[in-house]
Design a protein around this ligand. Structure first.
Ligand code: SAM
Ligand code: ZN
Length: 278
């Protein structure tokens, strides 16, 4: 299912069938990146160099609930052998969940270090590559579902690069394919995600996770990090639910995470119109 990131053509032994460009394999993972020495790659690799997952996504209650929601949304559109792609997969937690929903899952990350760990952990269940969202290693119109979670805005791309990542997602999707953009943002910046995707896609759903108070509590209790109390609160789904109920009362301002579900259509509306959203 992987294609060359240069011409989006099939790969023959990791060489692009169209232009002949060759790509390497590192620790069992194809490195399908066009620029081997960009600063963004160095940053991504440095994050994983210490050997552990940098964000504690697997345990923190708000993050677990984020994955629960993503899984639910993905289940609505996936079935059988649809191709689902986790873009910016980090340690592959979402990709792993996606294997319960379809037999065709790919996970890519800019960092070859984390991609190799995902490959080692998930084996043949997931097709893994080190690649960039700005030059996806998938053929045009080949993907049923793309998920960019804590990605598009978090990557701190320039304006043109952000637009390129959205255009790439659009290109790789089948017509009527779905993309899910999840982002952790100050509510004042939520519009940045909507602005970035609404020009290309039809916005189907905007979901606020109402998790802002959880993150406030988490950061206030960081002085307790390393203690049993901190760990209990950090992992408690009941505590997260209670803070969510309070956060809901604040409306969108009560959310750090915002999830935007979009669909590839022939002619999306040119402007995002909030009052029309569910
Ligand atoms: C904050 S983590 C998000 C992990 C996961 N998707 C989640 O929501 O829990 C961002 C990941 O995106 C990767 N990344 C950064 N820039 C990228 C790019 N241009 N293309 C693909 N992945 C990228 C990083 O290496 C990192 O693993
Ligand atoms: Zn090529």
């Amino acid at each position: 299912m992987l294609a060359s990131p240069c011409c989006r053509a099939p790969l023959d032994d990791l060489s692009c069938r169209r232009c002949g460009r060759g790509f390497a394999r590192v620790a069992g993972v194809p490195v399908l990146r066009l620029d081997g020495s960009s600063a963004a790659i160095d940053v991504a690799e440095a994050r994983y160099a210490a050997g552990r997952e940098p964000w504690d996504y697997g345990h923190s209650a708000a993050e677990v609930q984020k994955y629960d929601l993503l899984e639910l949304l993905c289940a609505r559109v996936l079935g059988g052998a649809s191709l689902a792609v986790d873009i910016g997969c980090s340690s592959g937690l979402l990709a792993e969940r996606l294997t319960q929903l379809t037999s065709n899952v790919a996970a890519i990350d800019l960092s070859v270090t984390t991609a190799a760990r995902v490959k080692q952990r998930l084996g043949e269940r997931v097709t893994v590559a080190a690649a960039s969202a700005l030059a996806l290693p998938f053929a045009d119109g080949s993907v049923d579902l793309a998920v960019l979670s804590d990605g598009l805005i978090s990557w701190e791309l320039g304006v043109a690069e952000r637009a390129a990542a959205v255009a790439e997602t659009h290109r790789a999707l089948k017509s009527s394919g779905t993309a899910i953009f999840m982002e952790y943002l100050n509510p004042r910046r939520h519009h940045e995600l909507l602005d970035a995707v609404a020009t290309r896609f039809e916005v189907r759903d905007v979901i606020y996770l109402h998790d802002r108070l959880w993150y406030v509590a988490e950061s206030a209790s960081r002085v307790l990090k390393g203690t049993a109390l901190y760990q209990a609160l950090d992992r408690s789904l009941a505590f997260a639910d209670a803070l969510k109920s309070l956060g809901r009362r604040l409306g969108p301002r009560g959310s750090k995470h915002l999830c935007v579900v979009v669909r590839k259509v022939a002619a999306p509306a040119t402007a995002w119109e909030p009052h029309r959203l569910r």
